[in-house]
Design a protein around this ligand. Sequence first.
Ligand code: GZL
Length: 303
Amino acid sequence: ATDGGSGGGGGGGGDELITVGFAQTGSESGWRSANTESLKTALSEENGFKLVFNAADNKQEAQIAAVRSFINQGVDAIVIAPITVDGWDDVLKEAKDAGIPVILEDRTVSASDDLYASWVGLDFEKEGELAGQWAVENADGSNLVVLEGTTGSSAALDRATGWSKALEGSTIKTLDSQTGDFTRDGGKKVMEGFLQKYGSDINLLFAHNDDMGLGALDAIEAAGLVPGQDIKIVTIDAVHDGMQALADGKFSFIVECNPLLGEKVADLVKKVLAGESVDKRTIVEDQTFTQDQAKEALPTRPY
Ligand code: GZL
């Protein structure tokens, strides 16, 4: 529902549905699927929403175009999972000028925080630090290769910051670090390159998400090496297939990144449209898993 006049920002009143445009990053990983599912469930008609959904195929220009189309449609509110931190100032100003509030979920942006109403997500730097602390405690002195997430994304930038902070003073030697764009295929291809270059010298892999680690498994096994033994693997997300690899002893440690942000996003949309004051930032808690904890948790994991 829109008030017609300013092209949006109305809705929320009475039994009218609140029209929300959701610009999702893409469908690059198991985490992304779980996050999309969580938001679609929360922003459903039975909860009072009409959802206009767009997945931008992991390309920022497509994601910005989706936001522009939501502005032109005069939606009541816009939700964005911004693929990279930079490049958002103009379109966020356009939404503000159109009187349409923006809620960021998952990753965040470098634009000034007066250009969006609120952000809800995870502490990526802490996730990287927890992964690094495990590596120092359990694999110090290793030769490390890193599969980085999408270049310029807050998830990749902050996980790298936390990881390197944890490794300060350790004897872990970084042989190489490249982006696999958070996808299985990207992780497999980059790991193949690492193995061609460094072979069995590699004994530790840090993948910024489970999916790149799962892709790397194929390359490691194709090279005749045993994941979890010849090469210890630490990842972030804790999606089902990652937790299965951990329980099977192929991964060594996973730091969870909780994708179930839908209810918090829906609550923020309703509060912002009702003119209530909301926190600018909401951090959702994560946890960590060893191989034994993964075996324990798997049967009841929601995603
Ligand atoms: C993290 C999210 C990342 C996941 C990846 O919140 O942005 O993007 O870690 C996903 O699996 O592709």
